[in-house]
Design a protein around this ligand. Structure first.
Ligand SMILES: [Zn+2]
Ligand SMILES: [Zn+2]
Length: 396
């Protein structure tokens, strides 16, 4: 574990500059060439990070070294644009952004105020134009989406490229369990019934379970359990962006961040490990059930011991935007490595209204003709519409 400075009182908040070798203009990272590209003269400036191995760090050591006190020393930091000299404030977890006045990329040393700095990242592979196309297709595929949503991808400013902080955890686990194994068998049971006033015996087959107490132990090794360390994107959304091609991680270099927003972690290392342990526990449970065997399993007690736990602090690239509809905010995100899109989505109340009308008309017609033909007893349709939820149930 590399010795990392604790929060330093005198640490200076500074900005890094990446001038073009050809013309001196500010460079931004370009996904198409996997290098920095000058937007003025078009010169390509290669990033050649030192070929360091991507290493796992010892979790126990790191937790002992990290101060237990909160790391945030201020809520907002003052940025001064190196290009237009405008001053503006941003949240202190922002590592890189763009000047809101002239759009100049700004990368800072915000990590030195944190107990840990990222050691590796996956560079952007999908550029903004491609991300917009993915969003456009997604919106087009949405059923009952409001028409206003389709206007969003016409504006550039809404789609932001962000490097999100993630923890990955490895752990070797040993689990002791106690429970019961159930074997299903079938029994014949006779009962008396009365048919047309006459008593008869009927034989039924009933399912029964024979339970046996069991105990045992299982071993599971986990590799790269990924836990989002951001609070900007809901956990559900961040989790849904998997899979990530972590085998292609490159050593961290601030030049990759130029032109994108990036954040320091907002979920602590130990808090992240608690989430990871839950993820692992779920998989261990499946292993235990398999180990118990039989037709049914009950786990009464399960003790999980972790050893040789390690972690990595990495940055992963996404494109994201949020949009307002009927006073509510919705967010979507695109994995900027494989193009997978996930998102919350609004429903058009107007479109739902007409859909319900149409359904009622069909149901009405069905009942009308149904009663004329004396075709008996259909059940009432059950229509449940949730304009702001993610599910529409139409059950008949
Ligand atoms: Zn240039
Ligand atoms: Zn500026």
């Amino acid at each position: 574990m590399e010795q990392k400075p604790k929060i330093k009182e005198q640490s200076l908040f500074t900005q890094r500059r990446f001038p073009c070798k050809a013309c001196g203009a500010n460079l931004i990272f370009c996904a198409d060439v996997d290098a920095l590209k000058c937007s003025y003269c078009g010169a390509i400036n290669q990033i050649k990070p030192p070929p360091l191995p991507i290493r796992e760090l010892d979790l126990k050591n790191a937790l002992q070294q990290i101060d237990s006190k909160p790391w945030h020393i201020e809520e907002k930091r003052n940025f001064k644009c190196p290009s237009c000299a405008a001053s503006f404030k941003v949240d202190d977890y922002i590592r890189s952004t763009r000047c809101p006045y002239c759009n100049t990329p700004i990368v800072t040393n915000a990590d030195i105020f944190m107990p840990l700095a990222p050691k590796s990242l996956l560079p952007f592979d999908i550029n903004q134009k491609e991300a917009k196309e993915i969003f456009k297709k997604w919106v087009g595929s949405l059923w009952l989406a409001p028409s206003s949503l389709k206007r969003i991808y016409d504006t550039d400013s809404t789609l932001k490229g962000i490097y999100l902080p993630y923890w990955t955890y490895d752990s070797k686990t040993h689990t002791q369990y106690m429970g019961r194994r159930g074997i299903v068998y079938y029994d014949r049971v006779t009962r008396r019934v009365y048919i047309d006033g006459r008593e008869e015996l009927v034989e039924d087959v009933v399912e029964r379970i024979e339970w046996t107490p069991v105990s045992g132990e299982v071993y599971d090794d986990f590799d790269d359990v990924l836990i989002g360390a951001t609070k900007t994107i809901p956990r559900k959304l961040a989790d849904a962006l998997e899979p990530w091609d972590l085998e292609h991680l490159v050593p961290f270099d601030p030049r990759y961040l130029s032109g994108f927003e990036s954040e320091t972690y907002q979920v602590a290392l130990d808090e992240g490990f608690d989430y990871a342990k839950e993820v692992m526990r779920y998989q261990i449970q499946n292993h235990v059930r398999h180990d118990i065997g039989g037709d049914r399993q009950v786990i009464e007690d399960m003790r999980v011991y972790h050893r040789d736990s390690t972690f990595k602090y990495i940055l992963l690239p996404i494109w994201t935007a949020h949009f307002e509809h009927s006073g509510k905010s919705y967010r979507f995100a695109i994995n900027a490595r494989n193009g997978k899109i996930v998102g919350e989505r609004p429903y058009s109340k107007l479109k739902i209204f007409f859909l319900v009308l149409a359904v009622l008309a069909i149901v009405g017609a069905f009942f009308y003709f149904g009663s004329q033909d004396q075709v008996g007893t259909s059940t009432m349709p059950h229509i449940q519409v949730q304009p702001h939820g993610t599910i529409i149930h139409l059950r008949f």
